[in-house]
Design a protein around this ligand. Structure first.
Ligand SMILES: Cc1cc2nc3c(=O)[nH]c(=O)nc-3n(C[C@H](O)[C@H](O)[C@H](O)COP(=O)(O)OP(=O)(O)OC[C@H]3O[C@@H](n4cnc5c(N)ncnc54)[C@H](O)[C@@H]3O)c2cc1C
Length: 411
């Protein structure tokens, strides 16, 4: 059977490894951390995944935590007005529920499963020189190593990457003890709180190592009042800062957060990165070729919560392409075509995410505001998180937004 090496045990690498393994491929998975190092380490993401991406996991029988993870049935948007008021506040119901399973739980669990099913799990931080050797001994080498150093093998695609600098400073805290949302407490929702000119606060339930919890996730404009987490090493200090900023900018979220405590010592994360699209084929010094997967090739800002969704969609597309290709060589043309097939979906995510990082134009403000009066607008916008291609129909051009708002208004 064909031999495939996957470097990186995240959403994209593990989903693809387990999918190929189930089809009888001889898969080696290389990870720079053991399952226990991941399980007992630091949180990595907020990883809210919507219906289509979750369905890819179900299709492979990998939805191990679906029964325990909270069902996120709605997506809310609040916009802060002056003086701590909420200028806009609505929640749209999702047609299919979303879920967030702490990557520490999921990736560690999937790694164990891969090994139990007879997969070759190698704990080693791969360097370019290793890949040079492996590209001669494997039929295909896939690099799914996230935003780490191996991305240097893949050329930045300047035409598809408008930013050279990080657009947000990120700060995540996993907590127990958050009170329910006062509106519609009967179902779980992710709430996106937009603070114009300052940043965004995302609040969502998750399944973490110690059971159900909630995530408080600030995205701050660099240099602004939320950009204060750099150098904060003490998790308690990180949480205190998170809450202080909530009290100042989103008092309605703070009101239910007064009794929270961190889930565990690894429950905080801070950082930043520049959103980047890369050319999918990496060339090794010895002439071998490797194909990039997931964040390696398309890393968007998490402001739209799409990276894990995209990683799952990328792994699903690549799995199809590999299987369809049969015994033919995995050459450069195949690698490019495989990525192009994924880019058909990913391009919509990149366009939308980059748009949400900028100052929203008038027609987008009108659209977001209209969600409050028009349930059809809230519903359509919320479900765009599952299928960002739909934003083409009503978000980017003022005429299309106006036509949509007219059609959404009651007769
Ligand atoms: C703060 C934050 C919040 C986010 N929130 C969301 C969200 O709500 N929804 C969503 O969909 N996405 C979200 N994302 C994005 C999402 O987490 C990523 O896009 C997704 O995890 C990418 O998956 P991946 O498989 O490409 O890479 P990763 O998950 O980064 O996995 C890469 C793996 O490769 C390993 N590795 C790295 N270098 C090497 C090496 N040299 N050798 C071997 N192994 C290596 C790493 O340790 C890691 O385990 C968020 C991201 C951040 C930072």
């Amino acid at each position: 059977m064909r031999k495939i090496l996957i470097v990186g045990a995240g959403q994209s690498g593990l989903q693809l490894a387990l999918g190929l393994q189930a089809q009888g491929y001889e898969v080696t998975l290389m990870s720079n951390r053991t399952a226990d190092e991941i399980r007992y380490g630091r949180v990595m993401s907020t990883q809210c995944m919507f219906h289509t991406a979750l369905q890819h996991e179900r299709d492979l029988g990998l939805n191990f935590w679906e029964p325990q993870a909270p069902r996120i049935e709605g997506l809310g948007v609040s916009v802060a007005g002056p003086d701590g008021t909420r200028a806009v506040d609505w929640v749209g119901r999702l047609d299919g529920y979303a879920q967030s399973v702490d990557q520490r739980v999921k990736m560690a669990g999937w790694m164990d499963t891969f090994a139990q099913r007879g997969g070759q799990l190698v704990i080693h931080g791969a360097a370019v020189s290793d890949l040079d050797y492996f590209s001669r001994t494997y039929d295909l080498v896939l690099v799914a190593a996230g935003k780490g150093e191996l991305v240097s093998m893949f050329e930045r695609d300047a035409a598809r990457s408008p930013f050279t600098e990080p657009q947000r400073a990120l700060a995540v805290a996993y907590v127990h003890g958050l009170g329910p949302r006062p509106e519609h407490p009967e179902f779980d929702a992710v709430r996106c709180n937009l603070v114009p000119g300052v940043g965004e606060l995302f609040v969502m339930p998750t399944l973490t190592t110690g059971g159900r919890a909630d995530i408080l996730f600030w995205e701050g404009l660099p240099g602004g009042p939320l950009d204060v987490f750099r150098g904060v090493k003490d998790p308690a200090e990180h949480l205190a800062l998170t809450l202080e900023l909530m009290e100042r900018f989103t008092p309605w979220e703070y009101a239910r957060a007064t009794k929270v405590e961190l889930t565990d010592a690894g429950g905080t994360l801070a950082g930043r990165y520049a959103p980047t699209v890369r050319k999918p084929v990496g060339r090794l010094p010895g002439g071998g070729l490797v194909l990039g997967v997931g964040d390696v090739v398309v890393a968007n800002d998490p402001v739209t919560g799409q990276g894990s969704n995209s990683a799952a969609k990328c792994a699903a597309r690549y799995l199809e392409s590999i299987v369809e290709h049969g015994d033919r060589p995995f050459d450069e043309a195949w690698m490019q075509a495989t990525f192009d097939r994924y880019w058909e979906t990913a391009r919509h995510v990149t366009k939308w995410t980059n748009a949400m990082l900028g100052v929203p134009p008038e027609h987008v403000l009108r659209l977001i505001g209209a969600g409050q009066e028009l349930p059809a607008v809230a519903h359509r916008f919320a479900n765009g998180f599952n299928d960002p291609a739909d934003f083409e129909n009503f978000l980017y051009e003022p005429e299309k937004t106006a036509a949509f708002l007219e059609s959404a208004a009651p007769a």
